[in-house]
Design a protein. Structure first.
Length: 255
């Protein structure tokens, strides 16, 4: 089966004899599904399971085809238009591959990429414009900081970063021990923003780091739950010390 078949399936689902649910959907109603499918692709990548990734990529692709079908019905554009647009953009922005331009490093590629965007008329009033507000906060912070760093608004060394983190944590502690909830929230945000800055500076992805910690937490907590079940005990009746002991036990287990 090829892309054309998938487009025809989508058109049938939206047709007069199609599926009532599919026919009711709008661009806006499908937004949550796009986000959900994208995150399921990330989960499949993390699982290192090629079959799961294949399936989830298909689900995400279907959402793209769905959006294109609605746009086609409205006379806006088709899937072919989307494919032609991105193909043309990739060729235009890679003259070092499809043309005679020469680059030696990835950093040069990124600089050339920005130059091409400017020539395409996509230069904005602010270097920070164009970062989607709907991005997860950690990723949005990382992208904004990366934009600012391109013009030299960045830290000079790791030691300065750690010093600033210590300063932000001290300010958070002061607010935490006070009574102003808004101030505490603000200082917590500053700490998180600084942690993103540190991760960006040393070449780590804070979103990925947190995702891995979440996965580790789930694994260890599930060990506590399963151990309690094997003991015939109710988890809610266990003491914190007992659960901590099982948590420490889980640390030594291979995930």
């Amino acid at each position: 089966m090829n892309m054309g078949e998938l487009v025809r399936i989508m058109a049938t689902l939206r047709g007069s004899q199609g599926c009532p649910w599919d026919k009711e959907q709008t661009r806006e109603s499908l937004k949550p599904f796009i986000v959900e499918e994208a995150y399921e692709v990330l989960e499949a990548i993390d699982s290192r399971n090629p079959e799961a990734l294949r399936e989830e990529l298909g689900d995400l692709l279907f959402q793209i085809v769905f959006q294109c079908q609605i746009a086609s019905e409205q006379g806006a554009f088709t899937l072919s238009d989307v494919i032609s647009g991105i193909a043309g953009k990739m060729i235009s922005r890679h003259p070092h591959v499809f043309g005679d331009e020469k680059v030696r490093t990835s950093a040069e590629v990124l600089l050339k990429w920005d130059d091409h965007k400017k020539r395409e008329g996509k230069q904005r009033d602010s270097i920070l414009e164009g970062v989607p507000a709907a991005l997860p906060a950690l990723l949005q912070a990382q992208k904004l900081q990366s934009r600012a760093s391109k013009i030299g608004f960045d830290w000079e060394c790791k030691e300065d970063l750690i010093g600033k983190l210590d300063e932000e944590i001290d300010e958070f502690k002061t607010a935490f021990n006070g009574t102003d909830k808004d101030e505490t929230e603000e200082e917590l945000g500053d700490v998180l923003f600084m942690l993103v800055n540190i991760s960006r500076f040393i070449g780590l992805n804070p979103e990925e780091a947190l995702r891995k910690t979440i996965s580790k937490f789930i694994f260890r907590f599930r060990h506590i739950e399963m151990s309690a079940k094997q003991q015939g005990r109710n988890l809610a009746d266990m003491t914190l010390a007992e659960m901590d002991a099982l948590w420490d036990e889980a640390k030594h287990l291979k995930k």
